[in-house]
Design a protein around this ligand. Structure first.
Ligand SMILES: [Zn+2]
Length: 317
């Protein structure tokens, strides 16, 4: 007998997904076309300095878009990347040197903060999150690939910020994405959640870990669950994925069928892990747990993995 679907309300949007931007990758090699787009009055840039996102203070929401002249007036770009087109208007990522972004933190009219805060507190319109994630991840890659990993010579950004070339050894370098498996292991009417020491004291979430070279997603899900919690998993079902630009991950969300029950916590990775009933997790999702325990916010894929199971979308029986 299945329990009725709880009243969790409309499904919230998963953060950093559903980008409105057409990447228009075919334009990247065409320097003239990119320069012409950047000179159009409707061109805009997201301004980023390392982990810091620069926005213009507004009410009720901040504005993360700068006209190209406005961006240049802040400081020269250390790198620029063509993110794509929105209704024909170019969008760029524009990176500032650390000193330049520090100076903006105390300037009137600007709000300089990290992307997690922007996403969790909804400081900008949600449709800005995917292009900011795109810009942040590529600009982070540039900052760490100024020298060729093959021969050590300086590299040059080309293709509108989507490649770096080494003139010395002719190696070509492309932006990297690091896959992470994030999973909810399920045992009948219970699911496995863990706590990292980095979490807020009340928060419990899915287990997660980087997928290693030569490893399938499903194998990474089983390995991480076994390593972190001592639980053996059988079937693994893909759910959704999410760009996670901290700095350049792709979260690959899965549900897994737990075959064992006895938890052995790897204290080097987790503070704790335990089984939760559907009713308890539902109260956490609704922020009504008697001890104030919570799940991650809707911006994170863990929230959606947990909610899909609570709402009966995922079953292994
Ligand atoms: Zn080289």
């Amino acid at each position: 007998m299945s329990s009725p679907r709880p009243a969790l309300g409309p499904k919230p949007r998963l953060g950093y997904t559903q980008s409105p931007i057409e990447r228009a990758a075919e334009l990247r090699p065409d320097e003239t076309a990119i320069a012409r787009l950047a000179a159009q009055p409707d061109a805009r840039a997201y301004v980023i300095g390392g982990d810091w996102i620069v926005t213009k203070k507004g009410a009720p929401l901040n504005d993360p878009l700068f006209a190209m002249d406005e961006a240049r007036a802040l400081a020269p770009a250390t790198e620029m990347v063509f993110l794509g087109l929105l209704d024909g208007a170019a969008r760029f990522g524009y990176s500032l040197a650390p000193a330049a972004v520090e100076a903006l933190k105390t300037r009137d009219g600007f709000h300089v903060t990290d992307l997690r805060s922007i996403a969790v507190h909804g400081l900008v319109e949600p449709h800005h999150l995917p292009p900011i994630a795109e810009a942040k991840a590529v600009l982070h890659w540039h900052a760490r690939h100024r020298f060729c990993p093959n021969c050590g010579a300086p590299t040059q950004a080309v293709q509108a910020g989507w490649k770096r070339d080494c003139a010395a050894c002719e190696a070509e370098h492309f932006p990297r994405t690091d896959p992470v498996a994030i999973m909810l292991a399920i045992s009948g009417e219970q699911c496995l959640l863990g706590r990292s020491p980095r979490f807020l004291p009340t928060m419990w979430s899915c287990l997660a870990g980087f997928i290693e070279p030569g490893e399938a997603i499903e194998d990474a899900v089983r390995r991480e669950t076994r390593e972190e919690a001592g639980i053996t998993c059988g079937r693994v079902v893909y759910f959704h994925s999410q760009p996670w630009p901290f700095p350049s991950s792709l979260m690959i969300g899965c549900h897994a069928e737990a075959l064992t029950r006895e938890i052995v916590v790897d204290r080097a990775e987790l503070e704790d892990a335990r089984w939760f009933s559907k009713a308890e997790v539902e109260s956490m999702l609704m922020r009504r747990h008697p001890q104030g325990l919570t799940t991650p916010p809707p911006v994170a894929i863990a929230h959606h993995l947990i909610r899909a199971w609570v709402e009966g979308e995922i079953r292994f029986d």
